[in-house]
Design a protein around this ligand. Sequence first.
Ligand code: NAP
Length: 244
Amino acid sequence: MENGSKRVALVTGANKGIGLEIARQLGREQIIVLVGARDAVRGEAAAGQLRSDGIDARFVHLDVTDTASIAQAAAAIGASHGRLDILVNNAGIGDSADGAPGKADLTAVRRIFDTNFFGPLAVTQAMLPWLRKAPAARIVNMSSSLGSIAINGDATSPYYAVRLAGYNASKAALNMLTVQLAEELRDTLIVVNAACPGYVATDLNGYSGPLTPQEAAATPVRLALLPDREIHGQFISAQGPVRW
Ligand code: NAP
C-alpha cells in the first residue's frame, strides 16, 4: 500500500466531458485522481493526458453497470490506498429512445436507470468501507436541473418543456439517494451532496449547452473539497441551492 499523505479521489466516467475536467481540477489540488472509465483505451488516454499536465492520475477500470467491475475497482483502491477521500459519481447517459412518459422506450429508460441511478448506488455501496476510513470523505453525485421535481412542474422554468421520463426520473432518484445517504451518514465523517453543473457542451447533448466542461466542473469540485459539514444533503449549482 502507498504512503497515504495525499488525498485520493475517484471520478466515475472521467475519460471525457465534465468528469475529465473534475479529475483535472481535483488533480491540480495535489489529489491523487483515479480516472474511472469503462473503456481501458479511453481511460488510459485520459489518465495519460492528465499526467502530461503534471497530475497524479491513474486509470481504474470501472463500468458502473457491472457488479464485478465495481467490486474489482473497490478491492484495487483498498489494496493500493486503504481509503478513499472523494467519490464523484459522475458517469451518466442519455438515450435517444427516451422521451415523454407516454412514449419513452422502456428498455431505454431501464438502461438509463442502470447507469444514472443503480450505478451510483452500487459504486457508493462498494466504496463506503474505504470512504469511512478517510478523515473527511466527500461524496458528490452529479445530478441535473432536469432531476428537480419542482423544476419539472414549473411552467416558467426553461427546463419545463424537457420531457425525458428516463433521464429526468433517474436524476430525481439520484437526488433521493443523496438525501437519504446524507441522513444515513449524518453522524460519520462523510459529507454527501448533489451537484447541478448547468447546461454544458458535451457528447451527452451533442454539444448544445452554453457552458464549458471547465466551468461545469467548478461546482462538483467545490463540493468535493468542502472544508466542513455546513453543506450536507443539499443540491447545489453555481448559483446556490437548487429546488428538489
Ligand atoms: P459525457 O461527455 O457523455 O460523459 C459521460 C461519461 O460517463 C463518459 O466518460 C462515459 O464513458 C461515462 N459513462 C457512461 N456510461 C458509463 C458506465 N456504464 N460506466 C462508466 N462510465 C460510463 O457527458 P457529460 O455531460 O460530461 O456528463 C457527466 C455527468 O453530468 C452525467 O452524469 C450527466 O448526466 C451530468 N450532467 C450533464 C449535463 C450537461 O449539460 N452535459 C447537465 C447536467 C448533468 P464513455 O466515453 O465510455 O461513454
